[in-house]
Design a protein. Sequence first.
Lengths: 237, 111
Amino acid sequence: MSSDPKIKGYEFKPGYSGMAADTASDQTMFKGVHWGKAMMWIFLLSDTFIFSCFLISYMKGRGSTPVEWPNPSEVFALNAFGVPVPLLLIAIMTFVLITSSGTMALAVKYGYERNRKMCGWLILATAIGGLTFVGMQAFEWSKLIHEGVRPWENPFGAKQFGSFFFMITGFHGTHVSIGVIFLFIYAYKTFAGHYDKEKRGWFTSMKGNYVEIEILGLYWHFVDLVWVFIFAFFYLW
Amino acid sequence: MSEIKKEQTTTHKIGIYLWIWGLLFVLSFFSYMVDWYQFQGLLRWSLILLFMFLKAGLIMAFFMHLFWERYALVNVLLWPMTAIACFVGLMVAEGKYTLFSRLFYFFVGGS
């Protein structure tokens, strides 16, 4: 079942008949869907296109150069106890981000169940996971910059490597950072009971509602989703 | 909106989230193992893509609730992805052509 609230005088039908009823309805397409949630989905769709453009240009750049591409499992290897372990940091970052995605999913669930404390702690855990991720990414960037990787050159192979690396992971890291800021704000708002008391937001006259946690969750899961693709195409390929 | 807020929204059992969470961990571990054991060629690429799409599907379907969402929303979100798939196809062809012409003019030379 969808988490959208039921509205009076409108019966939601699942499947394609529901889709026909939604798209054929006057004034509002997604009946009963919170506008913030619909707009977050639209935003995520546009963001998908931006990240796709980056990854596709990376694919094209890597595919069209006759120079050997740097081997990611050597470039991103990390020494653990004197032994170089391939992609060690990247693997840890992946697990950290998935962990934070899981805590976010649970936060949404507890939010809708009006379990304020549990929801707040889980959002806080998500924020700390995201902060850990950004910290490890900063470490990775400084390590590579120290080794001489620049957007225009690098000691490992094809010159394009650096520009794609900094652009793609940088744009993703920016998303994570913005997400972390909002996670901390929403953790505060949850603990302060803004959603229970229906306190109005800062930028809108909208009354506080736990659907905002789901909207924030959509953004956070999207950041995790993008990382799945970056991990596969940039680090593993 | 006044009648909406009093309605109870539906939530799911915690088990489903924990299962998906566990599966994501296992799939991430598998995709890391692809690199660990240094699989090469078609096997490497197909395994990477398989684990990637499984992970992406699980996140979208269950963490982002698309599995339970109305079809109108699901279709609005998923159909534009075909445009991205077309774009990928175009750029694969374009990249091959660029590589070909680079190598051609490096070795044969222009006139």
